[in-house]
Write a protein that binds this ligand. Structure first.
Ligand code: FAD
Length: 468
């Protein structure tokens, strides 16, 4: 006989969606159970956000040392130790995992290790090491996340074929690497391995890299990556894999060209973890991509069952998963919360970084909104030049009739930090006039925000006036 436990709320999956939902629910009442089949923290903490940023911090240091003579420092050739870097990354993930576990325990969340599925909307079945366990529950939140998408063109059992997961585990620096897909993940891995000295070739199906970003951002990033020595092949696919060796691959491109590399990393998106969860039996409806369908309260089609994070197939970002987790937890615990996706900052950790929030100029135009664009180049900013980081620009999209800021795109050092001033500005309905008339400290990168706001009124001090 399977052991039966009682709960008020069971959450399946302990990524940034699930563990945040568990803590928020536990703040509102007792009887919260969190089921996880692998590591606490999910993709974000173990195979995504944090490990990539840990490795990027290492390559950033390496590039800085390599370029030290630009700062008047003579150093001998630095030697990267990828094994050490990977161990460092693992220690950071472990420290954060322990932190999450402590927080869950302090909030009296019951952590169950095992693989969960729905026996019904009010019963969760968990396969644990000790056997099957049943949990009778009033509510369920599904937060099972996603995995790297795999194309049948590639044999993922071959050691030279990597997804982002294996791309974080290499202990020897490959001399050459093909990266298939130039989205956020592909571009971050290109930055990591190019920094380590690998000759990287990116293969992209679409006409431009970072195809979902603003056109200006993607054009400038293409130039910057090209200058770093990354080869970019757009409107190109891999038609056929000609050879797999333990130490490399040979691939035939749609152009007819044959490419060889030590490793080939596939970063073509994510597949959503909605299979084998007993969803059909429980009456939970799925969309065409396997995403769990939810409304703005994160409710699925089955009463009492909520879903959040990557598995609902919306914006696949950790902070979105967490906010959806808070929304679902509050609703499951008797409150009335709704999700609003109007202001979602999104960052790409290339060098320089890219960050955006709200509408791009072309999206605003599609919606029929008349806009003014306030643009400022970091090459005109004292702090950026002092740091040796004069590349990039900031672009504010301003509603011409109300003067409210409705979007922003930044490409610069620390863009991922700068973007939040704009997120708040959009959230609070701040106008370009108000932002431009807010004193910003000198010298700081944030002065570019003020200058761009002033540029929207053709009043920027450190930029030539727009031609009449
Ligand atoms: P996940 O984090 O995927 O967690 C789901 C959890 O559910 C997993 O732990 C899994 O083991 C568990 N699970 C699945 N099925 C079951 C089951 N049946 N029973 C029990 N447990 C189960 N986002 C950002 O915002 N910023 C970034 O910089 C960023 N960088 C990224 C870099 C990479 C390389 C990748 C791959 C992703 C990155 N992301 C980033 C995306 C981010 O990691 C995800 O959006 C986020 O982790 C989604 O959270 P989640 O809780 O929905 O799912």
């Amino acid at each position: 006989m399977a052991e039966t436990q009682k709960a008020k709320l069971v959450i399946v999956g302990a990524g940034p969606g699930g563990y945040v939902a568990a803590i928020r629910a536990a703040q509102l009442g007792s009887g919260v159970v969190l089921v996880e089949k692998n590591l606490l923290g999910g993709t974000c903490l173990n195979w995504g956000c944090i490990p990539t940023k840990a490795l990027l911090a290492c390559t950033e240091a390496l590039v800085m040392i390599r370029d030290a003579d630009e700062y008047g420092i003579k150093v001998a050739d630095p030697v990267p130790d990828l094994k050490f870097m990977v161990e460092r990354k693992e220690k950071i993930s472990e420290q954060l995992r322990k932190g999450v576990e402590q927080l869950l325990k302090a909030n009296k969340v019951d952590i169950v290790r095992g693989t969960a599925s729905l026996a019904s909307p009010n019963q969760v079945k968990v396969e644990t090491e000790e056997g099957e366990k049943l949990i009778d529950t009033e509510k369920v939140i599904l937060a099972t996340g996603s995995e790297p998408a795999r194309l049948p063109t590639f044999d993922f059992d071959q050691p030279a074929i990597l997804t982002s997961t294996e791309g974080l585990e290499l202990t020897e620096i490959p001399k050459t690497m093909i990266i298939v897909g130039s989205g956020v993940v592909g571009s971050e891995f290109a930055t990591i391995y190019n920094g380590l000295g690998t000759k990287v070739t990116m293969v992209e199906l679409m006409p431009r890299i970072l195809p979902t970003e603003d056109d200006r951002v993607s054009q400038q990033m293409k130039r910057i990556l090209g200058k770093k020595g990354i080869e970019i092949l757009t409107e190109t696919t891999i038609d056929e894999m000609l050879e797999y060796r333990p130490d490399g691959v040979k691939a035939k491109l749609s152009s007819g060209e044959v490419l060889e590399a030590d490793k080939l990393l596939v970063s073509i998106g994510r597949s959503l973890n909605s299979a084998d969860l007993g969803l059909e039996e429980a009456g939970v409806e799925l969309g065409k991509r396997g995403e769990i369908l939810v409304n703005e309260r994160m409710e699925t089609s089955a009463p009492g069952v909520y879903a959040i994070g990557d598995v609902v197939g919306g914006i696949l970002l950790a902070h979105v998963a967490s906010f959806e987790g808070v929304c679902a937890a509050e609703n499951a615990m008797g409150m009335d919360a709704v999700m609003n996706y109007n202001v979602v900052p999104a960052c790409i950790f290339t060098e320089p970084e890219i960050a955006s929030v709200g509408l791009t100029p072309s999206k605003a135009e599609e919606q029929g909104t008349e806009t003014r664009i306030g643009r400022f180049m970091f090459g005109g900013l004292g702090k950026a030049l002092a740091m040796g980081k004069g590349q990039g620009f900031i672009q504010l999209v301003v509603d011409a009739s109300s003067d409210k800021i409705i979007g922003c795109q930044i490409m610069s050092a620390h863009a991922s930090d700068l973007i939040h001033e704009l997120a708040l500005a959009i959230q609070m309905g701040i106008t370009a006039d108000q932002l431009g008339r807010t004193i910003h400290a000198h010298p700081s990168l944030a002065e570019a925000v003020m200058e761009a706001a002033e540029a929207a009124h053709n009043r920027a001090i450190h930029a030539a006036p727009a031609r009449k």
